[in-house]
Design a protein around this ligand. Sequence first.
Ligand SMILES: C[S@@+](CC[C@H](N)C(=O)[O-])C[C@H]1O[C@@H](n2cnc3c(N)ncnc32)[C@H](O)[C@@H]1O
Length: 250
Amino acid sequence: MKFSIGIKSLFLQITSLLLTFVLLSFVSSAFKISFSLFSLLFLHACVAAFAAYLFEFDWWWWPIQFSFPLAAYFLSQFEISPYYYFIVLIIFSTLFWSTYRTQVPYFPSHSQLLAPILELVVDRKNLKLIDIGSGMGGLLINLSAKRSDGDFTGVEIAPLPWFVSIVRAAFLKSNVKFRLGDFYCKDFSEFDVVFCYLSPAAMPRVWEKVKREMVPGSLFLSYEFIVPFVAPDISVEVGFDGVYLYGWRI
Ligand SMILES: C[S@@+](CC[C@H](N)C(=O)[O-])C[C@H]1O[C@@H](n2cnc3c(N)ncnc32)[C@H](O)[C@@H]1O
């Protein structure tokens, strides 16, 4: 069975905590030394970070694994009601939902993206555009305000951003259709422009779907992340920070 990186990280945290606990209990009873909670969690942090290195996790997991037990220790010093932790858990779960599986967290695209997208679709009559992973819907709502003749759809897997997007659309009287679900279940052949802002990990599978389903004459756009080993037909720098909008003509 193949586990996602999120599940592996959780497993690594739990195992390293158990290992550290067993080790310190043994040392404590053998040498009659007592250890503070901080010593336990500090050693746990070191073991977890070292295990992440040993098991060849990407380098940014090492500091994450290290900081997690220490963050737990420092937060335990304040008398914070468990209800707050529960509320934070609910917010983060509904915001990041299946990131452990999709490997695409929520983060909004830059508003400067609007102009180059509008430019690329300016000649398309009966525009039908989908944002796969539409987040809180800002990009689509702004696009539809500028192209009132277009048909805009957003598909979002995480409940919280999807909910925010339908509330925003209702308040702003936008006619964008926001759907809660997995875009892999959506047929791309219905759209003449498919836009995404995902992550490097998602691009190979998305590209397979694009090749299978998108019809000749349609356009696939990806903000920031390129399809590996497939040269784009369009590259437009968005703003001045070296981030590009890429396009592939199908
Ligand atoms: C980086 S955000 C981009 C948000 C939005 N497109 C924008 O430009 O502001 C990526 C979004 O894709 C969503 N996502 C990831 N995988 C998905 C899937 N398989 N189906 C639907 N949404 C997905 C995530 O939940 C996240 O909200």
